[in-house]
Design a protein around this ligand. Structure first.
Ligand code: SAM
Length: 291
């Protein structure tokens, strides 16, 4: 029975979603309660995420031991630096206040100067600055691996309340990692799965095929099938996120699932505009091992 009997820590009083400081495409903030309810695991091994992204699932579920990996080295470098105490709420506040002031004075030219600086010499604080001031919170890298998202056209982006919000997010992820045995790795998903054992739980959230692609996100249906088969082929418990359908399309990946799996679904709505007519439903799924 999914979730009910698991020894997994119960959700904190705030509903159990810890919003992290980094944003990325496909962030699962809204799906954390659903994912949590589907995890049936005794917590003995490690919580493994081969596609950790923003980390919102791990930071919300807060396992004692975790292996958190991603092909994107900037995400991993950021969280490692928080874990090591190099990036702290204090350094984040200083950086965002200083760079935010320059952004207000110089406008988008300053955003592009920081982007250039980051692409020549990537450091976690500039990564955070760009991630929190770029267009739509996108994370996109060009063919040469250079961050290429344009400015969001809000020179006043780093107002005091916004800086405090990001600083608090950093403080919370720092507190969650303190005293926990969490390892961050830059790795392709196959290498991460190669380190798993039967006590582990793997939460796999690959890029959605056909949705978005960039330097760190090359993904197609064959790779989705290969990931599904790899997960089925070893002993650890797993849950794999996938989209199921929206108003226009159904994902044929879910219609190709073998009988050794089961699909759990949930739907949510997103708005394209103010009117009810533009309220779109999207069905999201989790592929689990059939009981
Ligand atoms: C959908 S996002 C994960 C979102 C994450 N669960 C969250 O809630 O923030 C997919 C992630 O997979 C990473 N990725 C893409 N291809 C990969 C690969 N071949 N191996 C490992 N990670 C990969 C991307 O960099 C991206 O961070």
């Amino acid at each position: 029975m999914a979730g009910q009997d698991a020894l997994f820590p119960p959700p904190p009083a705030d509903g159990g979603v810890l919003v992290p400081p980094i944003k990325c495409q496909g962030i699962k903030t809204k799906l954390v309660p659903f994912i949590r309810s589907m995890v049936d695991w005794d917590g003995r091994g490690r919580w493994v995420e081969p596609f950790v992204g923003s980390g919102v699932v791990a930071f919300s579920l807060q396992p004692e031991r975790a292996l958190l990996a991603d092909a994107n080295p900037h995400i991993v470098a950021f969280y490692r630096s928080v874990q090591a105490g190099e990036t702290t709420p204090t350094t984040v506040r200083q950086h965002l206040e200083t760079e935010g002031r320059k952004l207000t004075e110089r406008g988008e030219a300053h955003y592009y100067a920081v982007r250039e600086r980051f692409n020549d010499d990537p450091v976690p604080l500039d990564f955070l600055f760009l991630n929190r001031s770029c267009f739509n919170g996108l994370m996109r890298f060009n063919k040469k691996g250079r961050f290429n998202v344009p400015f969001n056209r809000k020179p006043q982006r780093f107002a005091p309340a916004y800086v405090t919000k990001v600083v608090n997010q950093v403080a919370r992820v720092q507190a969650v990692m303190a005293g926990r045995d969490w390892t961050w790795e830059v790795a392709d998903w196959q290498a991460t799965l190669g380190q798993c054992s039967a006590d582990d739980f793997v939460y796999a959230d690959p890029p959605y095929s056909g949705r978005f692609s960039d330097y760190f996100n090359q993904w197609d249906d064959d790779e989705s099938d290969a990931l599904r088969d790899a997960l089925l082929g070893f002993d650890a418990h797993f849950a794999m996120s996938t989209w199921v359908e929206n108003r226009y399309r159904r994902n044929d990946f879910v219609d190709r699932l073998p009988a050794t799996t089961r699909l759990e679904t949930t739907s949510h709505f997103y708005h394209l505009g103010a009117t009810e007519a533009l309220r779109n439903e999207v069905v999201e799924g989790l592929v689990l091992r059939a009981a």
